[in-house]
Design a protein around this ligand. Structure first.
Ligand SMILES: O=C(O)CCC(=O)C(=O)O
Length: 331
């Protein structure tokens, strides 16, 4: 085995927290002779990089213990590890028990006053903005990384053409008008704001501060976490939402940015195990919302033709993204 390969194995072992015996087993297991493995390991005593890697591995192990405590406490909570349903939450209750506690919840009664609940339909969208040109995400099915590569999938299309395609009522993940397109679509879809009204739980001074989602049955937003707290509000059709807690980080296979290698895997609701995270699952229908706390992993699937809004305009700064990179984004 080349010296550089041996060094790579040693680095991998040190980063994983191997002690000398485990390092020896790792090297011998990969085909290095016992004598050569011992020679390499003995040299590590004088290697400052090895010492630093060992210290970092110990710190990460300690962080795992902190996460494990959070998991234990979440399971010991009244009702166990479960998703609360809160009907018409009072703001102080919501901020104390969910927003500030970093706990998700399914919320009802937030948008009962929205005209959109009775108005929104494909006919309505065609009537108010059918001739507008909008941006949507397209050709998603040909690309397993369609979310990570979302800039490559942006296209301008006539809103009326998108609506015509949605009228075929085919299940598809190929086309989806998402929050990511909101900047481009602000003017074109401006008339839709006449169908909405302020949500009491949010900062009601921030008008037109929300994101529109429209797609067929079958759209899939893969497992990821947001960099803000997020309120997903369902207006038309149903969506299945699966969520996994931040303390399940090690089981979430986070290899790039805020995405998980679990992708579109329908991880089962329940306690999880050594390899899979605990998962909360619910379905939100018209008038229902889900609070997605910052750092919580989620995956969303449209079960019907679906229109939703999402909001980040809470009565708190919600600025977690600002220092994200300084904590070392996974790239
Ligand atoms: O509704 C969807 O498809 C995805 C929503 C979501 O992931 C979000 O708002 O962060």
């Amino acid at each position: 085995m080349a010296q550089s390969d041996k060094r790579a194995l040693i680095a991998e072992g040190l980063a994983a927290g191997d002690d000398d015996a485990a390092l020896q087993a790792r090297l011998v297991g990969a085909g290095v002779s016992a004598a050569s493995a011992k020679y390499e390991i003995d040299r590590l005593v004088k290697d400052p990089m090895a010492a630093m890697l060992r210290r970092q591995a110990a710190r990460i192990a300690k962080q795992r213990w902190i996460f494990a405590n959070q998991e234990r406490l979440a399971r010991e909570a009244e009702g166990g590890f479960a998703l609360d349903l809160v009907e018409t939450p009072a703001a102080d209750h919501f901020y104390r028990h969910y927003y500030e506690s970093n706990r998700p919840a399914k919320l009802t009664g937030l948008i009962d006053h929205w005209p959109a609940l009775t108005r929104w339909s494909l006919d309505h969208f065609a009537a108010v903005a059918g001739d507008a040109v909008v941006e949507a995400q397209v050709e998603r099915e040909r690309d397993p990384d369609y979310e990570l590569a979302k800039d490559d999938h942006r296209r301008l299309i006539r809103f009326g053409d998108l609506i015509g395609w949605l009228r075929q009522d085919e299940a598809s993940n190929d086309i989806y008008l998402t929050a990511y397109n909101s900047g481009t679509n602000a003017a074109a879809l401006g008339p839709l704001w006449d169908d909405l009204a302020p949500i009491e739980l949010l900062d009601t001074g921030r008008t037109r501060d929300g994101f529109f989602w429209l797609g067929p049955r079958g759209t899939l937003t893969p497992w990821h976490h947001d960099l803000t707290n997020n309120l997903l509000v369902q207006v038309l059709g149903r969506k299945r939402v699966r969520m996994a807690p931040p303390w399940a980080f090690a089981r979430m296979k986070n290899s790039r940015h805020c995405f998980s290698d679990w992708g579109n895997e329908p991880l089962p609701a329940g306690a999880g195990d050594a390899d899979t995270p605990p998962v909360l699952e619910t379905i939100i229908g018209p008038g229902e919302s889900i609070f997605l706390p910052v750092g919580w992993w989620h995956q969303v699937e449209a079960l019907d033709l679906s229109a939703s809004m999402s909001f980040t305009s809470f009565r708190r700064p919600n600025v977690h993204v600002e220092d994200y990179a300084s904590y070392g984004e996974i790239a």
